[in-house]
Each structure stands twice: as C-alpha cells, then as structure tokens.
Design a protein around this ligand. Structure first.
Ligand SMILES: [Zn+2]
Length: 477
C-alpha cells in the first residue's frame, strides 16, 4: 500500500473521528490532528516506503555524525519528547525532508553543497521545524488527494506491474518532496533558526544555507534549460533570492533575541566527514549521463529519450515522458530456461499480440507490442532485462512508440569508454595552495564543461569566489 495515500486516508478518517489537538509550537488547537502515537505510526509506515525508494548511505561515521547534530537540535526543539531519526540517503538528489513523528532525511546530494556543521544544523533544524509544527500532519487535506497525479504503476502493462511504482508517485505527488507552501516553509525556517540559536549556532546560517541551495537551484535551472530537461527543485525555495527576501530575513531575525555570543561553525569537522563521499550516483546504482544509463557492475547501457525524466530507483529505472502521458521502466530477473520470445509472450499474458524475435546489439531479444504498450526482453549474462513502455491512451502511445522502441534497441553491453564514464565520482578534500583558483582546480575535473561552476557551488564560492590559501576545498574525482 502506498504510504502517503494511506496517510491521507488515515487523516481524513481522523478528521471525522477525533477532535482537536494542541499544536506543540503555537499552543493553539489545530483541527487536522492525529494523536502523537498515530503520528509516529504513520511516520513508521511511511519510512518503510521511503526506504523502498531510497537506500541509506553506507557510511556509518557520517550517519552517526549527522544523527548527533540532529539529536542536539531535537533536544532543544518544541517536541523534545519525540524519538527523532536522522538518515542520510544514498542519492545525488539535492533534498531533505521530514515525516510526521520525527523521521528526518537528508540526501548526500545536499550534503555536498554544505560547508559547515552550522549549515547542516540549519537544514536539519528546518526539517525538525516541520515536525514540531506538525506540517506533515496538517498538510494532508482533501485538496491534496486530487493532487496525487499520475500513478506510474497503473500505466504499465498490468501483468508486469509490481505495484511498487505507486508508492513513488504518491511520494513525489505529495508535499514531502515539494515543500509545504510559503507560510509553512517560513515557519520551518523561523523554528530552525531558533533551534540553531538554542544549540549555539549562528541563526543566520539558515539564510546562508537557503542562499547556497538557491544558487544551486538557479544554476541547475540554467543547465536544465540547456539540456531540455525539468530543473530539480529543493523543497521550500521560493522565487526571490534569500539576499532579497525580506520575509525570510524577518523570520530568521525573530530568533535574533537569542543571538549567540560565540557561535559554533565547525567547518573542518564537517568537511572532513565529506572526504570520500560519493558525489554522483554510486557504483551499484549505475550512473545517468544525459539520459544514458550505464551500469559498470551489470555491464550494460541504454539511452532514454531526450526530455524524459529518468529516476534511478533501488530495484528499477523509471522514465516519465515530458507531459507524464507515457512512461517506461527497466527491471531485471534471473534468465529463465526459455527463449526471449517465450518470456515476452508470457509477460504479455499469452495474448495473441505480435512477438518479434531479434538480436539487439548482439544480444538475444524479443519485442512484444500490445494496444497501448510495448515491452522488450533482452538476455545478458544470465539475466533477463525487461524494458516496458506504456502510455495513458492509444494516441499518446502512438506518439511515443518510436521513442520507446529506440530505447529498447539502444540496450547494449558497456563499452570500455562507457565503463570509465560509469565510475562514480567522489568528493576529495584538499587544502588550497597560493595561486589555486576554481578554474585551475576544474582543469582536469571529471565534471566536464561546468566543472568550475560546480566547484564554486559546492564550496560556497558561487558565482565569483576564489579559494583562499590554507582553506579546505572540495574537489570531485
Ligand atoms: Zn521545508
């Protein structure tokens, strides 16, 4: 069952079943409230779904460090009694989010852009703010049920449907990854700044971190425009830059009465924890470059159509067309003792749909076409790879059929050159020497044309900063 969908149902049921509860931050009576025990139980089941979409980043020292910083903030929050859990997720996406009941997630993708413990505390403090103000609980309303949008799972060939895609859509469709609206985000910023001050960090770190993320977002929007893809968005960022955002300045300023005499920043301690952290996708996840997916361990590559949004999930790849009217997915299973054509026929529910046996880039394969779907079966190294494409309507299928077939036919064994590209990138911490510039450090960077901009962004030096001699600098190798 999709957790967020379940959450909605639980909330809607509770609307009728229970009365008001007191908001821990405002002290006022809120009308959409569940008991704390219900909140924790909703958080727990949603956490299980998050873990189907994302893996925990395997770096115990970093996990402990992030948890330690988070626990200190949580202890000083309005709901210190809750049991909080802070988890670093193994994804290059730039995001952080919280579930009701004290489950807080931060991606290694966002960590790469931070440069001090104070900035980390600002991100965690903001998320704790969502938990203490019970935004995740208040947000769930009837209006949002309508906002769930495209159910990825439902558009796949039913026989091939594993059901897991539904969770993804509900999570992506909900407020979790997209934020809670301007007022809730400002409240989370205000609460986060207050928790920073209470734990001896400078509350202004909240504005700095919003600035860092805003720069990243503006840069990504520009690259996305050039690449013809959707920009990535971090939840809670709004149109204006934080430097010009008077509301944000104001809410953070409200924690000014708690100004800290000698605020902690902990640049070195924080940055040392990032040394060696994966920057791009990890090796066992495969990497995506310009919609080409390459997997070094599995030794395969394939290209999705331009303009499609490709999501690399732990157990599958999902690609969604520009207007969400079509989607594809790549999964694998152990190769059965039958031909690709027999497997394709079985997957199509043994219907009389036409099955074509063929050779795709030297690999035994079959393609089956259904009224509004197409599926390719390709055998490689004792695995059967299934690439399915389906559209919401026959018209949308007709419009996307050629692209889907091209994707299936692009499947091939990884070349030596691709194997090099498929190597995951990692962050390396160096000390800047006199004369070092971001342009010079970018010269042999695997980050490509935009390396100088990326180095500036991850080091807080965007758009025109330069490293100072003796300063720690993150580079990517
Ligand atoms: Zn937020």
């Amino acid at each position: 069952m999709p957790s967020i969908g379940k959450l909605l149902l639980v909330c809607l049921a509770l609307l009728g079943a229970t009365g008001c509860a007191q908001n821990p931050v405002s002290g006022r009576q809120d009308f959409v409230m569940m008991s704390e025990a219900q909140e924790v139980s909703v958080g727990r089941s949603s956490d299980a779904d998050i873990r189907k979409q994302y893996r925990e980043y395997e770096a115990p020292a970093l996990q402990d460090y992030v948890d330690g910083v988070g626990q200190e903030l949580a202890k000083k929050s309005h709901r210190a009694n809750l049991k909080y859990r802070f988890t670093v997720l193994d994804t290059p996406e730039v995001n952080a989010f919280a579930l009701p009941g004290g489950y807080v997630y931060i991606t290694r993708g966002i960590l790469a852009y931070l440069n001090s413990e104070a900035e980390l505390a600002a991100v965690l403090g903001h998320e704790i703010g969502h938990v203490t103000a019970r935004h995740g609980v208040r947000q769930q309303s009837a209006a949002q049920v309508a906002d769930i949008g495209l159910a990825v799972a439902s558009i796949f060939v039913p026989q091939l449907n594993s059901g897991a895609g539904q969770n993804l859509t509900n999570i992506l469709g909900g407020a979790l990854l997209s934020g809670y609206g301007r007022e809730h985000e400002l409240e989370a910023d205000r609460l986060g700044a207050e928790y920073l001050a209470r734990t001896e960090y400078d509350p202004q770190a909240m504005i700095r971190v919003v600035g860092v993320l805003k720069n990243q977002e503006l840069f990504d929007a520009e690259i996305a425009r050039q690449e013809g893809r959707e920009p990535r968005r971090y939840h809670g960022l709004f149109a204006s830059h934080p430097d010009n955002d008077t509301r944000l300045q104001q809410v953070v300023g409200e924690s000014g009465h708690l100004t800290v005499a000698n605020p902690k920043a902990e640049y070195g301690k924080f940055l040392q924890h990032l040394d060696g952290m994966t920057f791009s996708e990890s090796a066992d996840q495969g990497v995506l470059r310009d919609n080409k997916f390459m997997h070094a361990e599995l030794g395969l590559a394939l290209s999705f159509p331009d303009g499609w949004r490709v999501l690399n999930l732990p157990d599958k790849l999902v690609a969604v067309g520009p207007q969400s009217e079509a989607a594809m997915q790549l999964t694998s299973e152990a190769q059965p003792p039958v031909t690709p054509a027999s497997l394709a026929r079985r997957l199509a529910g043994n219907s009389d749909s036409p099955v074509e046996s063929l050779d795709i880039n030297g690999l035994p394969a079959a393609i089956v076409t259904l009224p509004a779907a197409v599926a390719g079966v390709i055998y490689l190294d004792r695995k059967a790879y299934l690439i399915q494409g389906k559209a919401k309507s026959r018209a949308a299928f007709a419009a996307n059929r050629k692209d889907m077939l091209e994707t299936i036919r692009s499947f091939h064994t990884l070349s030596a050159a691709e194997r090099k590209l498929a190597k995951p990138l990692v962050i390396k911490l160096i000390t800047a020497r006199p004369g070092d510039t971001y342009a010079r450090l970018a010269r042999h960077s695997p980050l490509g044309k935009q390396a100088e901009n990326y180095l500036r962004l991850i080091n807080g030096g965007y758009p025109d900063g330069e490293p100072k001699p003796g300063q720690y600098v993150k580079i990517v190798e």
